[in-house]
Design a protein around this ligand. Sequence first.
Ligand SMILES: [Zn+2]
Length: 399
Amino acid sequence: MYLNFRGSLNNVVKFEDDAISIYGSGGKKEFAIYAHEIEMLGEFFEHTSFKQQEQLLKLKGVKKYSKRQRDSVWIYVDDRKKLPKKRKGLPLQGYRVAIDPGHFGVNLEDAQIEQKYLYFVKDSINRPNDSIKLFESELTYNTAVLLQKMLEEQGAQVFLTRSQNNFTSFNCTYNDWLSNHKQRVLDSLKKTDFISAEKYNKLIKSSNYKFFWDFFRDYDLLNRAKKINQFNPHSTAIIHYNVDEKNEPWKKTSNKNLTMTFIGGAFTNENFEKPDNKLHFLRLLLTKQLNQSEKLAHQTVLNFNKNLGVEVAGQFDADYLKDNCLMTESKGVYSRNLILCRLINSPLVYGEALYQDNHVECEELMKRDIEKFGIKTNSRLINSATSYYLALFQFLKGL
Ligand SMILES: [Zn+2]
């Protein structure tokens, strides 16, 4: 059980004899879920939208549902997520997989805003003119397209949250979004009281850099999750490439190289101050998604280790693993309450295959020496995509 970050929820969630109860800030019981309702609500959460879940819980509160009321809930359940029937044809026919290639910057201007790039001279004595230049967004996008092709070859239906390596999830670059949508989006958020007039004035005037960190970063992530949930996938892969955190500000190479994956969970009581998060918590509590994510993430990290030859990270290998994550029983899989891990309504893996700033890796990642599916790429990205592919294949066939 990886939902409760080091006992942080002990006063807000209580497991009583016949019920799981969630308490509000004033100590008042807000929701109660009784033993005989767990199965029905688990199915309900898995197959409905956030809005439907919100409505149901508001109506239900602490009431105990009768058999008739439980049965009536089934009418909301959308059966599009049901597993495909076994049939002839390609092995992944009927399965839907969502892929989120992390970030968006593939030029120095965008990437400096996101802080997701490497740009330095590796060897200033022997090769002063050769610099390392890597954009995480380009690596993740390239990997996502390779993975997409591998899955599609087996019959799966695949959805990507971004349609070009320099695009945000809004199907345009960050700069285009600022020019064409910033004003309109902020106006409508102010009108509907999602942001205060004070915040609005601050955001309208802020620099592109500050606006990204104060608003756009989370806004884009929420949109990625929304698009994925609309696609209603049987599983989701979120693709990232890591750096050695101790090597900040990443102006030289590191000797370290480690692989790891994340899944949801690790809620704290501060998370519960936002009502939406209680719903995401309940979904993860009542469905099998967290256990399924652990299986998928474990297969993925084992494949990273095998196919990329990168050592699996232990809990003391990075401060964020030690301080912000819960270790799971599966080596290399960490429970972490990241926005996407919390919001996506499907089993998922959030992969950090390798450290881009590793002294060997950075050179390998810059290569475009292999062509696969018409894409100019390198063995590292192919092996990374293959690792996700093998894990997803095994996971989906085992569902
Ligand atoms: Zn990343």
